[in-house]
Design a protein around this ligand. Structure first.
Ligand SMILES: [Zn+2]
Length: 308
């Protein structure tokens, strides 16, 4: 990237140049740089040809033919042609500042934060969607949604997937394409739509059917709000703390189930999820944490383990 920002045919640098390679590695010779040799132009004679070693030696007083051959052989013919056609006086050559985004990278005023911002903007032009939660929730509720799930009695892997979804860094095909240039693929379930995080976890016809089944089942046991996209992606704010814990835990586990199916290349099926959920609920009795006891008590009270 630095190269892209600093390349100019008038000062084709020899050192650390992506096109001047020896054994696929760029070159750098301090003893040459000490003698102010850094441009291909320094190796071109008045007729536009590469200097003979003898001329190079008499001009710069560096007596290492092997080293000279290594450098000269590394310069591609195309670059020699460009350099030999330039009507530039060697005395006018000036090593350019190391610019990135018109800022001198070596300027002491440019701190690490600025450099990181420039690199992030250039390499990852699509900014994080970390704060998209604020489009649907107040700051206070967003903070609650971001922090509460850490205390839920659910496995760390499940929390990790939920964290990635909430913060807009879930590695959907669309995310990998936009951020890292991976080949874009369609939705793993329907194969028809672009696989965005919102699509896999909510909009896809198969995921939608899964959530509908889940809602149908859970609403028979307890009062449950509609499953809107913002609730599936970020979570629910429910005044009753036990209901809040239960509904959020089940939906987060549901998202992990959808994520797992994506990797298994199978479609999310509610009956299979319910079996997993029952196993999870029965494992809660081995946990002593307050939230685990709370959740298990409610699950037993409401007979949530029943399918119908
Ligand atoms: Zn789909």
């Amino acid at each position: 990237m630095i190269y892209k920002h600093n390349f100019s045919p008038h000062n084709i640098p020899i050192w650390n140049c992506r096109y001047i390679l020896h054994n696929r590695k760029s070159l750098f010779l301090q003893n040459w740089l000490d003698k102010d040799i850094w441009s291909v132009m320094h190796l071109i004679d008045r007729t536009g040809n590469i200097l003979k070693f003898e001329d190079f030696y008499s001009k710069f007083n560096i007596n290492d033919k092997k080293q000279y051959k290594k450098v000269v052989n590394a310069i591609p013919q195309a670059i020699i042609t460009i350099a030999s056609n330039l009507d530039t006086n060697i005395a006018d050559l000036k090593l350019p500042s190391l610019l990135i985004d018109n800022k001198n990278l070596l300027d002491s005023k440019i701190n690490n934060i600025t450099i990181r911002l420039i690199f992030n903007e250039k390499l990852h032009p699509l900014s994080f969607c970390r704060n998209s939660i604020l489009n649907s929730f107040s700051k206070e509720n967003a903070a609650q949604l971001r922090g509460n799930f850490y205390k839920f009695p659910i496995p760390p892997k499940v929390k990790e997937i939920h964290f990635k979804i909430v913060n807009g860094i879930y590695p959907s095909a669309d995310f990998l394409f936009k951020r890292f240039g991976f080949e874009s693929t369609n939705c793993s379930f329907c194969k028809e739509h672009i696989e965005t995080t919102n699509h896999i976890f909510y909009e896809c016809i198969y995921t939608c059917a899964f959530w509908e089944d889940l809602h149908h089942w859970l609403s028979k046991h307890m009062q449950i709000p509609d499953l809107r996209i913002e609730n599936i992606i970020f979570g629910f704010i429910i005044d009753n703390s036990v209901n809040n814990l239960t509904i959020n835990s089940i939906v987060i586990l549901g998202k992990f189930f959808v994520h797992k199916n994506r990797f298994l290349k199978t479609k999310p099926n509610f009956v299979a999820f319910h079996k997993e959920l029952c196993l999870f609920f029965s494992s809660l009795k081995h946990m002593k944490k307050k939230n685990a006891v709370k959740l298990l008590t409610l699950v037993k009270e409401l007979n949530i383990m029943e399918l119908s």
